[in-house]
Design a protein around this ligand. Structure first.
Ligand code: B12
Length: 231
C-alpha cells in the first residue's frame, strides 16, 4: 500500500470523519512540508443542545474527543517515524496555545484549509461542507513524501450572518475570510472569551471558553444535523 493510503486508512480506522493532506511549505514551523489533518464530527444531539449550553455533556465530549484526536495523531506519527520520516503530531502537549495571544504557532484551521477540508467561516472556525463547523481537528506535520489535496482559498459563507447574530458577545464581525486575513478582522477575541466565560459560569459553574453558539447556528452545521436525522 502507498504511504498516502496507509496514513489516511489509519486515521479512518481511528474513526476520523474527514482526512486530508495539505502542502504547508513556508507556513509550518521547523520547515515541515506537509500537514495531515483529521476531523471528528461532533454528535448531533450535543450540537443541537449548544444554544441551551454550554452543557456538561458538551464539556465531557470535548475531553473524550481531544483524547481520541491526540491518540490518532500519535499513531500516525509512530507509523511515519518508523518509516524514517520526520513527523510531529500537534497534540495538545506538543502544541499548547499561548493564553496571552490566544494562538498556537501553527493553527489547525490553516492546515485544514490547505488540506482542502473547508474554509474559515465568518465565525473564525473551519467550515466543512459535510459537517459545517461541528468538527474537532488534529494535525500531524511531516516531511514524508505525500500527495497533497487542493487547498480551499475562498469563503463560501456569502451574505450569511447567522453566526454573528447568534454570538452572545457580539464578537463576530461579519467579514468574509481569505487566506492570511488577520483574525481580528473576523472576531473580537476578548469579547468572545468574556461572553463564553459568563455563560459557562452559569451552566457549568466554571469560567471556560466553551460556547459554540456561532457554529451551531451555521447553515452548514444545520445541514449536517438535518441529514443525520433523515438517515
Ligand atoms: C486559541 C484557541 C481559541 C481561542 C481563540 C480562537 C480563535 N479563533 O483563534 C478561544 C479561547 C477564544 C477559542 C474559542 C473557541 N474555540 Co478554539 N482554539 C484555539 C486553538 C487552540 C488555537 C487557535 C489559534 O492558534 N488561532 C490563531 C489565529 C491567528 O489563527 P486562526 O484563528 O486559526 O485563523 C487564521 C488562520 O487559520 C488563517 N488561515 C487559514 N488558512 C490559511 C491559509 C494561509 C495560506 C494563511 C497564510 C493563513 C490561513 O486564517 C484565519 C483567520 O485569520 C485551536 C486549536 C489549534 N491548535 O489550532 C482551537 C480551535 C480553533 N477551537 C475550536 C473551537 C470549537 C472553539 C470554540 C467554538 C469553543 C468551544 N469549544 O465551544 C470557540 C469559538 C470561538 C471563535 N468563534 O473563534 C476548534 C475549532 C474547530 C473548527 N471547526 O474550526 C479548534 C480547532 C480546536 C480543535 N481541536 O478542533 N479558541
Amino acid at each position: 500500500m502507498d504511504l498516502n493510503s496507509a496514513v489516511l486508512n489509519l486515521l479512518r480506522e481511528h474513526g476520523a470523519d474527514l482526512v486530508g493532506i495539505g502542502d504547508v511549505a513556508g507556513l509550518a514551523p521547523d520547515d515541515y512540508r506537509y500537514a495531515i489533518v483529521a476531523a471528528l464530527a461532533l454528535p448531533v444531539d450535543i450540537v443541537e443542545d449548544i444554544p441551551n449550553g454550554p452543557t456538561p455533556a458538551y464539556q465531557a465530549t470535548y475531553k473524550v474527543y481531544n483524547d481520541r484526536l491526540d491518540a490518532m495523531a500519535t499513531a500516525v506519527a509512530d507509523l511515519l517515524t518508523a518509516e524514517g520520516h520526520r513527523t510531529l503530531p500537534l497534540t495538545r502537549a506538543n502544541a499548547p496555545w499561548d493564553p496571552q495571544t490566544a494562538a498556537t504557532p501553527f493553527p489547525y484551521k490553516t492546515a485544514a484549509t490547505r488540506a482542502g477540508l473547508g474554509w474559515v467561516g465568518k465565525c473564525a472556525l473551519l467550515v466543512t461542507p459535510e459537517y459545517g463547523s461541528a468538527v474537532r481537528l488534529t494535525v500531524m506535520l511531516t516531511d514524508a513524501p505525500l500527495t497533497p489535496n487542493e487547498p480551499i482559498t475562498t469563503s463560501r459563507c456569502g451574505a450569511c450572518h447567522a453566526c454573528a447574530d447568534a454570538c452572545p458577545g457580539n464578537a463576530i464581525c461579519n467579514t468574509l475570510w481569505h487566506p492570511g486575513i488577520d483574525r481580528a478582522e473576523l472576531v473580537d477575541i476578548p469579547a468572545c472569551q468574556k461572553a463564553a466565560g459568563d455563560r459557562a459560569e452559569v451552566t457549568l459553574g466554571v469560567r471556560t471558553t466553551i460556547c459554540g453558539r456561532c457554529f451551531a447556528a451555521c447553515p452548514y452545521t444545520k445541514g449536517y444535523i438535518n441529514r443525520s436525522k433523515k438517515l
